[in-house]
Ligand binder design. Structure first.
Ligand SMILES: [Zn+2]
Ligand SMILES: [Zn+2]
Length: 78
């Protein structure tokens, strides 16, 4: 496991912008999906997810409210 900083783990073409809040993968500004996470006490905070985690209800509590990813039937972990 190499802690290589620099290349987006999604597209492997761009520079890492932020780690994914769900899986920790480094993602570039293009691949990062912005999300506002509500804690239930009225507080919300910004988060960035990789495309995989953004639509994963186990990771992103707002996944159900997102539009389904274009061009994909479903996202599974396999
Ligand atoms: Zn990328
Ligand atoms: Zn992720």
């Amino acid at each position: 496991m190499e802690a290589e900083i620099g290349t987006c783990e999604v597209c492997r073409a761009k520079v890492v912008f932020t780690p994914c809040l769900g899986c920790g993968a480094g993602i570039c500004e293009t691949c990062a999906l912005f999300e506002l996470i509500g804690s239930g006490c009225g507080c919300v905070w910004p988060a960035y997810y990789c495309p995989k985690c953004a639509w994963d209800p186990m990771v992103n509590p707002n996944a159900a409210f997102r539009d389904p990813p274009a061009g994909r039937e479903s996202i599974t972990s396999k």
